[in-house]
Design a protein around this ligand. Structure first.
Ligand SMILES: Cc1cc2nc3c(=O)[nH]c(=O)nc-3n(C[C@H](O)[C@H](O)[C@H](O)COP(=O)(O)OP(=O)(O)OC[C@H]3O[C@@H](n4cnc5c(N)ncnc54)[C@H](O)[C@@H]3O)c2cc1C
Length: 381
């Protein structure tokens, strides 16, 4: 196994790294403090091709490979985990549903807008009473002539404050359980769609997380994604890729925290010497670096498998589980290594720690990842 990047992948990573360092990093703390959705950055990312990196050129994308996209999420999350998740949700579970499960008319209508960054996409599966058990959603879609009438609500929807297009999951046949779920493309402004309050979060501020309600919302039949009853399977297939994206986000956060701590302990002096010289501190840094390296291999490996079209449910869950637990551990240790300064907002490490926490929760909690991995234990040992 070798993760030597191709010249194209290295070039793309350098481009994103420079953009993240020069344009995103300087405003990351302000986005966190004000919780503003960074539409200006999204426009610039659109101009660079980042909002449609792994989408074929015929739909306005760059046509880059999947690993390039994962590297981009990692680099952007290094600067701002909020901008990282906006991109990850927009692409993995906002744009891919149309690319993979949409018909040609839907692709032609929506993909150029999404890949250019003119429109932002969101993914609306979770409901107040259906999170880990997504098959228990209650939002109902009833066929009425050439449309569906949708009633229900969603919660925790990333990008929702500013999204232009929502991939919404609803029950079309309650007798069939998860096989009675259907996916729909819902444009902002559709009568009956209400974007509710923005949730105040521990971290990841700026990612526009809102509730949604649907009151007799009419969705034209041409906006149904795939066939009736395919919704749950579409959601689960999207989440395999989505989880690799979240793992890459966690990797970016962990790397940022490690670099900050590694630099800080070399400048800080206590007991007449650099804090770095204490072996207890070096052991912490060694563990942090090792976990990050292991995460990187799991994430890139899962991405490579997906790129090659191999089944990677198990590897995606392993990458998500390990990289996000690593992000939590590494960011917590980074705060510790900064001492009291780690706990104040003048330094970025407390933000990294707050941002890391949610990576263990969304796109399937880490308990759910363990369930998925356990289900696939027979597959390759
Ligand atoms: C900031 C943020 C952004 C999000 N963005 C989106 C989005 O864009 N779109 C979207 O659809 N959703 C989104 N979510 C929702 C997210 O995916 C859910 O919160 C997550 O899947 C967990 O669901 P829940 O919150 O209902 O927790 P619950 O399912 O109620 O879980 C509560 C606890 O029970 C544990 N648990 C549940 N079942 C089991 C089990 N079988 N075995 C062991 N433990 C179990 C869980 O791991 C957790 O610790 C977002 C959430 C957050 C916080």
């Amino acid at each position: 196994m070798d993760f030597k990047l191709t010249p194209e992948q290295s070039q793309m990573r350098q481009l994103v790294r420079t953009f993240a360092r020069d344009v995103i990093a300087p405003v990351a703390a302000e986005i966190d403090r004000t919780d503003r959705f960074p539409r200006d950055l999204i426009r610039q990312m659109g101009e660079l091709g980042l909002m449609g990196l792994p989408v074929p050129e015929v739909y306005g994308g760059v046509g880059a490979d999947y690993l390039s996209y994962i590297l981009a999420i990692e680099e952007i999350s290094y600067a701002s985990a909020a901008v990282g998740v906006i991109l990850a949700v927009h692409t993995s579970v906002g744009t891919f549903p149309i690319l993979y499960f949409g018909n040609e008319a839907q692709r032609e209508k929506y993909l150029p807008k999404l890949t250019s960054g003119e429109w932002v996409a969101a993914f609306a599966l979770t409901e107040p009473d259906a999170g880990s058990d997504a098959s228990a959603i209650r939002t109902r879609a009833v066929r009425d002539g050439d449309a569906y009438v949708v009633n229900g609500s969603k919660v925790f929807i990333t990008n929702a404050s500013d999204a232009d297009l929502f991939c919404v999951f609803a029950v079309t046949d309650p007798r069939r359980g998860s096989r009675g779920m259907t996916a729909f493309l819902v444009e902002r402004g559709t009568p009956g769609l209400r974007v509710g309050r923005k949730l105040e979060k521990m971290g990841l501020n700026g990612s526009g997380t809102c509730e949604l309600t649907f009151e007799d919302m009419r969705v034209p039949i041409e906006n149904r994604l795939g066939q009736e009853g395919e919704g749950f399977s579409i959601a689960m297939r999207l989440l395999d890729g989505g989880r690799i994206g979240i793992a890459a986000q966690a990797l970016g956060i962990a790397r940022a925290a490690f670099d900050a701590a590694n630099q800080y302990v070399r400048g800080r002096r206590q007991f007449g010497q650099e804090v770095f010289k204490f072996q207890g501190v070096q052991f912490m840094l060694a563990d942090m670096a090792t976990r990050i390296e292991a995460s990187r291999w799991l994430v890139y490996h899962a991405a490579q498998m997906r790129q090659e079209g191999q089944a990677c449910t198990r590897e995606a869950s392993m990458a998500k589980l390990f990289a996000t637990d690593t992000a939590m551990q590494v960011t917590t240790d980074a705060v510790q290594l900064f001492g009291g300064y780690g706990y104040v907002k003048e330094y970025p490490v407390e933000r990294y720690m707050r941002d890391a926490k949610v990576t263990q929760i969304y796109e399937g909690t880490n308990q759910i990842q363990r369930i998925v991995i356990a289900r696939h234990l027979r597959e390759r040992g």
